[in-house]
Design a protein around this ligand. Sequence first.
Ligand code: EPZ
Length: 416
Amino acid sequence: MDRLRITGGRRLEGDVAISGAKNAALPIMAATLLAPGVHRLRNVPRLRDTQTFARVLELLGARLSFEGNEMTIDTSQVASVEAPYELVKTMRASIYVLAPLLARFGEARVSLPGGCAWGPRPVNLHLAGLQAMGAKLDIEHGYIVGRGVKLRGATFSFDVVSVGATAQLMLAAVLAEGTAVLENVAIEPDVTALGEALNDCGARIEGLGTRRLTIRGVSALRPIDATIIPDRIEAATFAAAAAMTGGRIRLRGVVPEHFEASLHKLEEAGCAVERGAETVAVAGPPRPAPVNVATQPYPGFPTDMQAQMIAVCALASGTSVIEDTIYLDRFTHVPELARMGARIELRGNVAVVKGVPRLSGAQVMATDLRASASLVIAALAAEGETVIDRIYHLDRGYEALEKKLAALGARVERLS
Ligand code: EPZ
């Protein structure tokens, strides 16, 4: 298994181009199942997760090419309706094929995702929403099974704001009979990007960017031709690396407002932030100031930046309180940061971080995608050498990370 070796203590300097967003690419890849034909996606990040999703689509009968960051998906020959456990267990987002298969074929057999590194991640809202739209779904041998389904528009209100369930019901409603009204939806940029890609190929979705969507079903869609939006979590992760190393990084090809909540907290921690039209320059302070954070659905502070922010606060000149209101037990990075000398006390879904003057390099283990990102940025600031094990987690969501970091002056190498 690959590991990453990082020798810390260097200030990061320079420009970095931000890749396309994993969490926007995956639901748009699923949407290609809705229209038999050849779809073109640009700025698709080369990640384990986009490659896994490509394999799911190929298993269903699609033909793909993935050159550079351009993906062509031909779904005209898709004939299977099964997404197997072997693939779904490696990536929960595979569940995004459920609604498109039901919409196109009236049937589907999709493995239930199961839990993840930080606990149960239910899909009850996905199922309840599809059932409200007329889908009769059974759970058989660990699979969600739908047969003879005819989706029709309905009004559905989400108990909690869910990115995945919102996308799932959008995918279900665009070809459904009649009109769907979805309330208390997620408004993450990934969700809006999915809606815009669908509208561009003939869907009728109104209210994008608001908590209420009205979707008039249409009889058919044209193939998708879309450019994936920049990855705001990758951008915010590099901004946090500037904060941790006292460096100066210019992020290129970004939408500043998409990660404004993270930038705002980094400014509170003492960073100087210059926002351009498609660039953001972040200069880290000599030592971060403590900040308090509570994660929220977009446009609030993202849970996908919680771990990286804990790493920044580990070096702060005081005590920070970081609460995750979305995933109450997403703290598997805490004991690993403690191995590097961080002082973090967990109280339920709250981390109390007592800042220390320095971190020291150590052997640590990645446990999930964003936890591994927090270990990388901690290692960049730590004294001495850190070796991070199980970086396949990192490869799921960061494109060419060590190459990008090395170009900013980091001493980093992959040990295969
Ligand atoms: C998406 O996951 C992202 N993944 C996650 O990013 C991100 O952490 C999460 O949204 C929150 O922002 C992708 O986009 C592929 P949710 P998702 O449904 O859709 C509860 C990363 O690091 N819930 O918005 O699975 C759930 O338990 C990944 O890139 C239900 O109760 O998240 C959570 O508390 C990790 N029932 C809350 O809603 C449901 O049916 C938000 O989850 C669905 C969700």
